[in-house]
Structure formats: C-alpha cells, structure tokens
Ligand binder design. Structure first.
Ligand code: PMP
Length: 392
C-alpha cells in the first residue's frame, strides 16, 4: 500500500535548513527559518515561561485529561489578551496544537458551517495557508496584498474582493504579515473592517506574531476593530513566537459569535472537531502561558522580554535598511525599516538568491524572504556588501 503514496513536494524552508546545516563554510548565515533569535543566535526559553513551568512542575498533582476545548482559564486568558475583557460572552475558544492546529480547525469549522464558502488569501501569504485549506477541501482564492511601492494594497484588495460572495471567508494577518512585513495602518484597518461587514464577508485572522509589530496593545487593536464591525469572526492564535513555546504546540481558535446562544453552538462544534482530530489538545504549554498571563509579576516579566525582542528586531530593521541604501546605492530597500515583525522580502531575483547562497553562504527562502531576527549588528555590514555585490 505505501509504495502507492504520491511524491509530495518538499517544504522549501525545511529543505533550506538542511542545506544550511550541511554547508561547511564557517561564516554562513541562516535567514530562512522563522524563529526568533537573540544577539547570540539562540532561541531562548523566556524567563517568565521557565518560571511558570517550574511552578507548574512543583504544584501539578495530576496529568489527567482536561477538556476537549482545553482548560477554561487558558481560554479566558487568551480571549482577554486578544480581544479585551468584554468579548468573553460572544467568544468560543478551543485550545489547539499551535497556530497551525487553529488554522486547521478553522478550515474544518468553515467546511461544516458553510461548505460552499471560498476562503480568500492574501497574495503573497504563508505557504501553509493554501496547503491546509486545500487539504481540508476548501476552495481558495487570492487577493492582492502588497502594492509595487511596498505599501499595503488597500485598493487592489478591495477590487479583488469584489468577486467574493457574501459568506466567503477572508484570511487576514493580524500583524507582522508573513512574508512581507507589510500591514494595513489604523485607517486602513477601519475601512477594511467596515467593508467586510458591509459585504457580509467573514474575517479569519491569523495571529502568529502578537507583540512583535508595534507592541502588544497596538498589535491587538485591529482585532478589536474587526470584532466591533463584524458579527462573526475567527482568530487563529499562535503562542509559538509571542511566548517562545514553539515546540510545546500552544494555540487557540477564537470564534466570535453574534450572541451567546450562537457561541454555545459554535463551542460544541469546536469540541466535536477536536474530538475527531486528536481529542484533548496539549495542555502543558497552554498552562504555562496561562500562569504567565494570570500572575502580575510573571506577566510584567514576559511583557518586558517580548518588548526586548520587538525592539531588537526594529533596531535591526533600521540598520539593515540604512546599510543596504549605502552599500547598494538605491532606495529600493527603504521600506524594510517601516515594515513589521520578523520578516521582509528583499525583492531579489531567484538568480540573486542563488548567488548569495553559492558565493556568500547566505541562506534565504526562494521568494527572497529574510528573517530579520536571524541578523546581528555585526553581520549587517557584510550582508549589505554581499547583496550589493550580487546586484551589480
Ligand atoms: N501563521 C503564520 C503566518 C506563521 O508564520 C506561523 C508559523 N510559522 C503559523 C501561523 C503557525 O505557527 P505554529 O503552528 O508554530 O504555532
């Protein structure tokens, strides 16, 4: 039976990681994989999470099952973090294995409630979006996201969504768009929310980088604007980056319903789907996150750590944009400073990307996406010279 399995496309980022690992050159640079790195190139466990895990280890007296939607206090803490304190009555929440699990659950919920609805994805977007949705049998369409000038393409998006039917789902990146780093500004979010509500389109927000853009409150603000306009919305929350708990698989799907009765129906559907997929969602990391969010001291510590990561990335962005401007004598990279989160695209051609790898041992994804957090102040001048070198 197994020999009949099809050849499957290799994941581009995982392939790049393997090439990097096998590269013997000492001065190699990995700007591919999407994890936060500190100035020493490490992806450390956050101090607040370590303290919470210690506390958990000391006090937890059972590993018995919790519930199909995860622990209720995790749901309350995540709902409050993302939507504020007054949305709980309208919001059903299911804990999931990471943000990927939340997206998968969202796709299945849409399949159950609205099998004919198309899901509209930004172009470009995180490649796994189309993969998960197609795997769940959803019909996928695309809308323009980034304009040629490197800004959010509000006009292009509105034009493309004219072809959407009421009840279709529109996937949005809550902040720190992956791979472009280009987000709508506050006015554009307000217009977008009003437009979706008017057209009867349902927002599905992928929130994987909360706190990495303009700060926790500013990054959550668009979610609240959307919830104020749209009677229904889905939010796929990933705790992987925001709490640095990548491998523990912590995430949640929030489903905002028009009224409490619909919320109950939605919660029952989410519990049913979790049951069919894996029964009980992972609890350990979710519990550590809950402890951090509920304890004043740990929450302050976590917030300080998150802010330090955000500021480090913003500093690297400014240095990279200035360095590229000087080395390559062009303003084509200026947008990098204003873009947000871990990723930007350098806008390089495939041959430039290959040359960077072959001649300089610099690894970036085939679409030119770089992980800004993979940089350090020390490597930026060299990288800028190398980019200028392949461009000329
Ligand atoms: N959405 C986006 C845009 C992402 O970049 C990622 C992680 N790379 C995820 C969702 C999923 O994150 P995870 O499943 O690791 O929580």
């Amino acid at each position: 039976m197994f020999s009949a399995l099809p050849d499957l496309p290799e994941d581009a980022i995982l392939r790049l990681m393997a090439l990097y690992r096998d590269d013997p050159r000492p001065a190699k640079l990995d700007l591919g994989v999407g994890v936060y790195r500190d100035a020493d190139g490490r992806t450390p466990v956050m101090g607040a999470i370590k303290a919470a895990e210690q506390r958990l280890c000391d006090t937890q007296d059972t590993k018995s099952y919790v519930g199909l939607l995860g622990a209720p206090d995790f749901a309350a803490a995540i709902t409050s973090l993302v939507l504020g304190d007054d949305m709980a009555a309208r919001t059903a929440c299911a804990a999931t294995p990471g943000g990927t699990g939340a997206l998968h659950l969202a796709a299945e919920l849409v399949a159950m409630a609205a099998p004919g609805a198309a899901v509209w994805l930004p172009d470009p977007t995180w490649p796994n979006h189309a993969g998960i949705l197609a795997h769940c049998g959803r019909s996928v369409r695309h809308y323009r996201h980034a304009a040629p000038d490197g800004r959010f393409d509000a006009k292009g998006m509105a034009e493309d969504l004219r072809a959407a039917a009421p009840g279709d789902v529109v996937l949005l990146h809550g902040c720190c768009h992956n791979p472009t780093g280009i987000d709508p500004d506050a006015d554009e979010w307000a217009a977008l929310a009003a437009g979706l509500a008017e057209r009867g389109l349902l927002p599905l927000v992928d929130l994987a980088y909360l706190g990495f853009g303009a700060g926790l409150a500013a990054d959550a603000a668009p979610l609240r604007v959307l919830a104020a306009h749209c009677p229904e919305m889905l939010i796929a929350v990933s705790c992987s980056k925001t709490f640095g708990v990548y491998r523990d698989r912590v995430g949640a799907l929030l489903a905002v319903a028009p009224q409490p009765a619909t919320r109950e129906r939605t919660a029952a559907a989410l519990a049913h789907l979790n049951r069919l997929n894996f029964s009980f969602p992972p609890d350990h990391g979710a519990r550590a996150v809950t402890l951090v969010l509920e304890d004043d001291g740990l929450r302050v510590q976590w917030h300080d750590e998150l802010e330090a990561m955000r500021r480090r990335i913003a500093g690297l962005r400014a240095a990279l944009a200035a360095g590229l401007r000087q080395a390559a004598q062009t303003d084509q990279f200026d947008g990098i400073a204003a873009q947000r989160g871990m990723f930007s695209r350098l806008g390089l051609k495939p041959e430039h990307i290959r040359e960077l790898r072959d001649r300089h041992a610099v690894y970036l994804v085939g679409d030119g996406r770089i992980n800004i957090a993979g940089l350090t102040d020390d490597v930026i001048p060299t990288l800028c010279r190398q980019v200028a070198d392949v461009l000329h």
